[in-house]
Design a protein around this ligand. Structure first.
Ligand code: PAF
Length: 291
């Protein structure tokens, strides 16, 4: 195994990527905020599949722009050494780990250009975390500009984020192939997340309620939205330590659905909830219909 080249400045990144480009190799980007786990490793493998012997670049940057006041920016885990080991194990070629000053050299004040997402950013996560997706799209656009990847891989666990980034790439004609990779789960169903490490033992057990609720909705989806919603809500409400933020059943593009869509319509059930002080999100595909 060869250790990845670590670039912490934009100039270093440009220098290492120039060689790849000169050799005509494809570049695949996996943007992350670090605290890497198996879920991220699976994104790296998807990127590798896409670029073959090209360069897989992982960015590690806790982006202050996407955290609201009172959110977990300060306590967000920063584990660079372990992250680099995981990247090495996965055969990553380049890790870009800039400082905040390097990413936002002029500061991130009101005069900075940001990316304004479309209306899909106003619901679900966007309604609970105002400004979050502006911060996400802005940093992702900057990473795209710095890395100029052929393909970029994001997890389906952040389904709304994936939808908005896919839309940004299309609407702004960025010419980057956006790939959504399957959510990775613990054997008991809990979706892998860097935030799982905040959970105490009891909270960790309670956290499985989210994926159980999603599966309950999935199992009832053929009977229409009301039945699926009721099934998921019953599971969520059975665990008093889970504070529900939202449970939503939406079309695959996150638009609204009628209660009884055409049989076979693909949708998504999405949940956000607080377990103790930790806010978790998860989602699953559902196949809707009328039994
Ligand atoms: O999903 C994440 O880890 C972040 O939102 C991302 C895409 C790296 C942007 O900071």
């Amino acid at each position: 195994m060869t250790a990845p080249v670590v670039a912490s400045t934009r100039a270093e990144l440009a220098a290492v990527l120039a060689a790849s480009r000169a050799a005509g190799h494809q570049v695949g980007l996996v943007p992350t905020m670090g605290a890497l786990h198996e879920g991220h490793a699976s994104l790296m493998r998807v990127a590798r599949k896409h670029v073959g012997d090209g360069a897989v670049v992982v960015s590690i940057f806790v982006n202050p722009l996407q955290f609201g006041a009172g959110e977990d920016l300060d306590r967000y885990p920063r584990t660079l050494e372990a992250d680099l080991e995981l990247c090495e194990r996965e055969g990553v070629d380049v890790v870009f780990a800039p400082t905040v000053e390097e990413m936002y050299p002029g500061g991130a004040g009101a005069d900075m250009t940001t990316v304004e997402p479309g209306a899909v950013a106003d619901v679900l996560e966007g309604a609970s975390r105002p400004g979050h997706f502006r911060g996400v799209l802005t940093v992702v656009a900057k990473l795209f500009g710095l890395v100029r990847p052929d393909v970029a891989v994001f997890g389906q666990k952040d389904y709304q984020q994936l939808a908005l980034i896919t839309r940004m790439a299309a609407d702004l004609c960025l010419g980057i192939d956006i790939v959504g990779a399957e959510t990775q789960r613990e054997p008991d169903g809990l979706a892998l997340s860097s935030r799982n490490r905040y959970l105490s033992g009891a909270e960790r057990l309670a956290a499985t309620t989210l994926s159980r609720a999603l599966r309950a909705a999935q199992a009832r989806a053929a009977y229409g939205l009301p039945a699926a919603r009721w099934a998921a809500m019953s599971v969520l409400k059975s665990e008093p330590s889970v504070e529900i933020d939202y449970l939503a059943l939406r079309a695959a593009d996150l638009g609204e659905l009628p209660d009884y869509p055409e049989p076979g319509t693909l949708g998504r059930v999405l949940v956000a909830a607080r377990v103790g002080t930790t806010r978790l999100i998860d989602n699953l595909e559902i196949v809707l219909g009328k039994a």
